[in-house]
Design a protein around this ligand. Sequence first.
Ligand SMILES: [Fe+2]
Ligand SMILES: [Fe+2]
Length: 257
Amino acid sequence: MLNTVTSPLDPALFAEGPARDARFTVAERWSECANFPEGHPLRDIEFFHRQMNEEVDSLECSASNLQDFPQAEWELRLGLARQCADEARHAAMFRRIFESRGGCVGSYPVLNFQYRIVAHIRTLVGRLVVQNRSFEAGGLDAITHGIGEARQRGDEELASLFEAQRADEIVHVRFANEAIHATTQREPRSVLHIGAALAAASKAFGQVMGPEGTAGVHYPADVDGRREAGFTDSEVKLAVRLQEQPTNKATLEASRP
Ligand SMILES: [Fe+2]
Ligand SMILES: [Fe+2]
């Protein structure tokens, strides 16, 4: 197990990381990040910083999709361009709350696993399944949980931030679901590309997170949000069932169309 945590990431599963300026320390694995325990005074602040960078990763994934697949349908390209704008706004929102609560950009290591996993996938349908339908749909569950938690603590500012983010993420999952459905109808072989992308992403995600990164991480599925985002009733039921198994596999399995 120790070997799994310390051995280098398998380069066959990852793209080169995106550029970051000198303020940032880029970590490769979850275990190299500042993982403050529940109740620690810096836990929220560190989360805002990490999430700010994750949003930039999402922006970079969507921008790469536009650049790498110029032949995609106009509607899909429009969705990706809108996603770029939304993710940039999310990064700014997290930066604002991070700095207003005393954070200084670059204080904590950041992970770019999302970009490195997604940009490595060669098909657009594979990227949409992994980024939008897996990572972002899983994010919906976490955000919805975060809204309730923030409100319970009386942190209205954070609850509102999450609500704004959730509304955008639903749109990102929905336009991807529509594009994935259209692609599988038009090209049945694309199901093979989807399977390959999910298998590689699942393996890569496991290397980054390690068993300690996903242990105990469990949010109930955002049933309403997932329905709004274009998942069918049976897919939502599957997500609910799989979310009861707190592993990264749960999110990725729930994404199989
Ligand atoms: Fe976002
Ligand atoms: Fe998003």
